[in-house]
Write a protein of this length. Structure first.
Length: 319
């Protein structure tokens, strides 16, 4: 690929010309070349900001370039006409209410599939879950989907669309949390189990300058009403959002009498799902599990759940 071709792709996705030119030269002169798109943090490699217009435009260009790289490799190996290509993200952007949480910014991800048997340029709006990807891949390979798998082949001709999907947040790194979310085509229901602690618990994001600024604003009472939904000192036990009219999940309808039936319906759906699946995340981790986390993260483990094993760690240190 020439400099001009790469610049054209970057410009088409909105990367400013000066950034596009320098980026193209850097990529094509690198020893790794376009392979860097698949093996490295693309924006860090390019020396570009991770967010904002330049970052997002360049990420879109990176997606197209990585697709070209994969397509070229498949065609070279004679596999292009016999391969399903899945393109998806594992979570949302690294923003405080997105990654590691179950609001739409964290769990509503793009999913694109191309290949034999998949109609081109078709858009579906039904609900699918990340656990559906493996069954779809197994079926495409002619392998029977094991009965214990809860996902479904969403590409099958006899596929029955989901009535809802469930997402969960439990411990991430050393931060212990317990949240369940159930999404139907129009509504989102969230159940917050640990209402004694805020959303903004200590986490890996704390060293970021923006996190320090957020905490400063919280301490100084500078957050507005909308910001306090996430950055406030507590959280509601239940949240209900009309995603069709409130996609950013700002207006909690859980206490609105007009939506009492929807609240009850979504409660029931989640209760049934928990019972049917035996949701293990509702239990505190075992002592060996907590001890392993405590050994790994040390003083960062501030949640009270760790208190019951702290003496075990101290005893091991004295051995």
């Amino acid at each position: 690929m020439s400099d001009a071709e790469l610049v054209a792709i970057l410009l088409r996705h909105g990367t400013p010309r000066n950034d596009a030119v320098s980026l193209a030269r850097g990529l094509l002169s690198s020893s790794g070349g376009l392979r860097e798109l698949l093996e490295a943090d693309f924006l860090t490699f390019c020396g570009l900001p991770r967010c904002g217009p330049v970052g997002f435009a360049t990420l879109k260009a990176a997606l197209e370039l990585s697709q070209r790289y994969v397509y070229a490799a498949l065609k070279r190996d004679g596999l292009y006409d016999n391969t399903l290509i899945f393109c998806f993200s594992d979570h949302g952007y690294k923003l405080h209410r997105h990654k590691q949480f179950v609001y739409e910014g964290g769990i509503h991800m793009p999913m694109m599939v191309a290949g034999p048997g998949v109609a081109a340029r078709q858009v579906r709006k039904d609900l699918i879950s990340g656990i559906d990807i493996a069954p779809a891949c197994l079926s495409a390979a002619g392998i029977e989907v094991p009965k214990h798998m809860e996902g479904a082949d969403f590409l099958a001709e006899d596929y029955t669309q989901r009535k809802f999907v469930v997402a969960s947040r439990d411990r991430c790194d050393y931060t212990i949390e317990r949240i369940r979310a159930l999404v139907t085509p129009q509504f989102k229901y969230l159940r917050n189990y640990l209402t004694d602690r805020p959303f903004m618990q200590p986490s890996y994001k704390d060293p970021w300058p923006v996190s320090k600024k957020f905490r400063e604003m919280m301490a100084n009472g500078e957050m507005n009403e909308t910001q306090l939904i996430f950055f406030g000192p507590k959280k509601e036990p239940e949240e209900l959002y009309d995603l069709a009219n409130d996609p950013h999940e700002i207006h909690n309808l859980a206490n609105d009498p007009k939506f009492k039936k929807q609240l009850q319906r979504h409660r029931r759906l989640l209760d049934n799902w928990i019972k049917e699946t035996g949701d293990q995340g509702l239990k505190t981790e075992s002592d060996p599990g907590l001890l392993a986390v405590l050994k790994r993260w040390g003083a960062k483990c501030v949640n009270p759940e760790y208190d019951r094993v702290r003496h075990l760690l101290e005893a091991k240190k004295k051995e």
